[in-house]
Ligand binder design. Structure first.
Ligand code: AMP
Ligand code: ZN
Length: 445
């Protein structure tokens, strides 16, 4: 079988054919770093990671580029609110974002580019658009004229725009309002010290031009896959296509992949609705980040995932059962080709992880199956669940104190006291093991 991916551009599952055989150029819209990423945002990065891991598993060489939006309407507002500079604000939240990704086992993209490091490329792109007649200047900025664009809105399946005069300066606007959008925003006092003095004027870029410039900076005019969640189809990705294709005359992206939303009972999880949960909230409640990852993988990436505690508890239980079963497996040095093939087939079908996970469970329950250990290891290259990694155990303070006292007793050759302390520790569910490296505390299973 071959890999099939659902392409938003055609609304079909298509056989995946990269521009260059065996190699994939992939661009993922990264976070706007003005606040913590919520677990809905993180679901989208788990999907990006699943895609990259699957492509690698299937033998492709991948290059993944991700941007950090570190200047836009929201980041400027955020820095004012927190009373710190734009750089301080965006660096703070970028660090937290990558810490979260690490906890979720999301592999860092090959290249992470900051928007503020690509202003030169953005200016050049806007100049090209002006020269070609796609962009025009007004008193407050430089705008892209959607009426000049061929097939504007094809990704979002928008009807041809009727009013061609309307204009919007905000980075975000709704579907009902397809309008000329800002490529470059001239400085206003509200922007304070956030501006660049450039050949196209003093100001800052609009959000949409950032991703076009950054992806073309690394990949040239065309790339294989571009990802984001469904909210980005319009206006962000629609505008990216319009600008890029107007400037280069070439097809910008061959496959557009969009992840479904994480929803709450009242609708999508979003900062503007105020119904957000962060990864650290889950950790405070006693959940592990990889239990959340398991939850995400048990729903297809394109489907909405309705979040509630019950489903997270059920993911936690399945994940722990999986780890327990894995820890009992013996390595017979074989691979189970039958199950590996079924697992691969599920992935090749638009990354169907719910099916891939059910293949995994059928294999584990199959008493006659050989090669479970090695096969599970292979599967985990894609799932990224650290199935064989031993959980770090939390050692209660009391146990540590008693272990310390025993150490002192041993040094003083008070053997009886040392034995009594070891017994006390055992009663608390822990065992002491004297190794050449010193004494280790282990939990009694
Ligand atoms: P932002 O930082 O707001 O630019 O969003 C970062 C990523 O998260 C983008 O790809 C969004 O499409 C995605 N996203 C936003 N809200 C959700 C949600 N509720 N569920 C899944 N992905 C989301
Ligand atoms: Zn983007």
């Amino acid at each position: 079988m071959t890999l099939k991916l659902y392409n938003t551009l055609t609304r079909k599952k298509e056989t995946f054919k990269p521009i260059k055989k065996g190699e994939v150029k992939l661009y993922s819209c990264g976070p706007t770093v003005y606040n913590y990423a919520h677990i809905g945002n993180l679901r989208t990065y788990i999907f990006n990671d699943l895609l990259v891991r699957s492509l690698k598993f299937l033998g492709y060489k991948t290059t993944q580029v991700m941007n950090l939006t570190d200047v836009d309407d929201k980041t400027i507002k955020g820095s004012k609110k927190e009373g710190i500079t734009l750089k301080e604000l965006t660096e703070k939240y970028a660090k937290i974002f990558f810490d979260d990704l690490r906890e979720l086992n999301v592999t860092k993209p090959d290249l992470v580019i900051k928007a503020t490091h690509s202003i030169k490329e953005m200016v050049k792109l806007i100049q090209d658009l002006i020269k070609k007649g796609y962009a025009y200047k007004t008193e407050d900025g430089i705008y892209f004229s959607i009426s000049k664009s061929k097939d504007y809105g094809k990704l979002a399946q928008l009807d041809r725009i009727k009013s061609k005069k309307a204009r919007v300066k905000n980075d975000e606007y709704d579907k009902e309002n397809a309008q000329d959008f800002a490529l470059w925003k001239f400085w206003t006092p509200e922007d304070e010290n956030v501006f660049w003095e450039t050949e196209i004027g003093k100001g800052r870029p609009g959000w949409h031009i950032e991703c076009s410039a950054m992806s073309m900076k690394e990949f040239g005019p065309s790339l294989d896959i571009h990802t984001g969640a469904i909210d980005l189809i319009f206006p962000h990705h629609t505008n990216e296509i319009a600008q890029s294709e107007a400037a280069t005359g070439k097809k910008f992206v061959n496959y557009w992949l969009h992840g479904g939303f994480l929803t709450m009972s009242e609708g999508k999880m979003s900062k503007s609705l105020g119904n957000v949960i962060y990864l650290r909230n889950l950790i405070e409640q006693g959940f592990k980040p990889l239990e959340y990852r398991y939850l995400c993988l048990s729903t297809h990436y394109r489907m909405p995932l309705s979040f509630n505690e019950e489903s997270l508890v059920s993911a936690k239980n399945s994940y722990q059962r999986l780890k327990n079963l894995a820890s009992e497996l013996k390595d017979d040095k074989k691979k189970n080709e039958k199950y590996l093939e079924e697992f691969t087939k599920a992935l090749e079908d638009d990354l169907n992880t719910p099916n891939a996970l059910s293949v995994l469970w059928v294999m584990l329950r199959d008493e006659k199956a050989e090669g479970k250990y090695q096969t599970l290891k292979e599967m985990d290259r894609v799932l990224g669940l650290d199935i064989f990694k031993k959980d770090k155990i939390e050692i209660p303070k009391k146990v540590e104190e008693l272990a310390q006292q025993r150490e002192t007793a041993r040094k003083n050759k008070e053997w009886k006291k040392a034995d009594e302390l070891r017994e006390k520790i055992k009663q608390l569910g822990f065992i002491l093991e004297d190794t050449p490296k010193g004494t280790e505390i282990r939990k009694i299973e």
